[in-house]
Design a protein around this ligand. Sequence first.
Ligand code: GLC
Length: 650
Amino acid sequence: MAMGLSTAKPYRRRLFLLLLRCTRTAEPSPKCPHHRPLSCSSPAAAAEPTHLRRIFRPGDPNRFAPGILDAFWGVRRFSTSVDPISGGDKNLERIFIQNMSVKPIVVDGVDAVPIEDERKEEVDTVVADAEEGKEELCGGKVEDLDQLEGGLEVRQEKEQSEVEKEAWRLLDRAVVSYCGRPIGTVAANDVTAANQAVNYDQVFIRDFVPSALAFLLKGESEIVRNFLLHTLQLQSWEKTVDCYSPGQGLMPASFKVRTVPLDGSNEAFEEVLDPDFGESAIGRVAPVDSGLWWIILLRAYGKITGDYALQERVDVQTGIRLILNLCLSDGFDMFPSLLVTDGSCMIDRRMGIHGHPLEIQALFYSALRCSREMITFNDGSKNLVRAINNRLSALSFHIREYYWVDMKKINEIYRYKTEEYSHDAINKFNIYPEQIPSWLVEWMPDKGGYFIGNLQPAHMDFRFFSLGNFWAIVSSLATPRQADGILNLIEDKWDDIVGRMPLKICYPSLEYEEWRIITGSDPKNTPWSYHNGGSWPTLLWQFTLACIKMGRPELAQRAVAVAEKRLPNDKWPEYYDTRSGRFIGKQSRLYQTWTIAGFLTAKMLLENPAAAAVLTCDEDLELLQGCACSLSKNARIKCSRLAAKSQVVV
Ligand code: GLC
């Protein structure tokens, strides 16, 4: 039932849609091409044209996303799935019932909403708040880096090389504006006729992260701040696939700024933000990593600029909680790792990574660590913080213990007994030793090891995935010994992982029957191409971060040097093909922004290792202790910090 404004709680009064409209009379541009026909006949869906629900275009109550209007009027209709709140952890339940609707989204055109007279005063307050918020977002001046206290000192002593200068020119050219303000970078600026834009003309959340870091390290923070705030507003948008709406909190994979005619006018136009939550994406994959990247970037923004006020804002705090709510809500799963579908991260096509892929677990762990630092601690958040700590402990134990492989562990698996039934089973996941792939027997170095790609009942995916391993180091999900072991392995297997272009997205590729069955005969993911063993220069910055953290920058320097020789000549491709990364990828976009930004960020981190330090997380022994203690409840391990160290740290 609708709730009147006069009876609304103060936080509800602030629940409005932010103005994201800026009218202009510029060149008309094509209408939104996404007027998708409705594929189902439910009355609710038929009453609301799908494109109106997707496009972020406030101003008219009939054009509000239904979820937002409902939230405004006090009706919760966040999801057509089982209520994630009441179905979840009881402690979290309280937190989220308190805060679910707090998001102080500000709306323009509030006068378009039918308002009774007695509510007018309150609406005026809301409009004033809205103006304030709008001013801050679209017109507000972002402080210069040197005005901010506690931020990173930005060093730009070194003269840029010609390659760096070109990279900066290209990165600046990739900037997308909205309401005349920078808001992100387009995925690729490839103008060659052979390469259709598909969705490469959009701002991808994950792709923007290296751009954001490059800008921040250069002292330009406005674009990052705008990006963080605008994507936050997209988070509240209702998204629907085949009459089904996933839960609130999901961040889009990407968004596009569109110019559309203002209703009833042939001359005036407005810009709208059109997010894609996976409902247009190839394969309709939900971008699980987007929210995690958003949290990681939010922390980086605060650390580098010293502008901690942004993360303290109520809407930003609520955004963090909504993401965590999605990640921490209970399901059927038995593991502390996140259960996701195939293609829910950088690898956004079918590649046999459904289940508990390492990339998502490492980003999840990082995002939990970052959130814990940023969440304002009070009575309303203490249960959430407790839930985060518990999950961090369990997750780090789980990954360190069960995902790690080295010679010793492979040998153990080789001698595993199977079909063990009991609490004390050694082979907990019933792994049949025959699963050890023949390539691994020779490939595994004597010194070093890595985290496997996935773990499920009776299934270990032994492929080496770069991003997950790098982030395990960066976030301290890996123990110091494991982190060193990963870098040892990369050094040892340099030709396989770096080769002629850093870095292999995964090793080795799926071939023959495996390729046919696991990828579904995907012609883009043929062996040693694209996600199936292709080489992605954007991974350079994450590798660099990991190397600097472990005190081995020379490894990153070597890899950057390999890339620097080729990238400008090859026009900054998205990815490379073949076993050693010799060819430019078959369907690779040129002038791919995260290739350019990844290179620049890697360079800047190497020049300013102090910057790397603020982007990483250190080992937290309290977490280990927490895990050892909960294990001790099963009388397996005595509870002490020492026990934590000896049992959990490999
Ligand atoms: C491809 C990549 C994905 C990236 C997108 C835009 O789909 O797989 O990770 O975000 O291109 O560059």
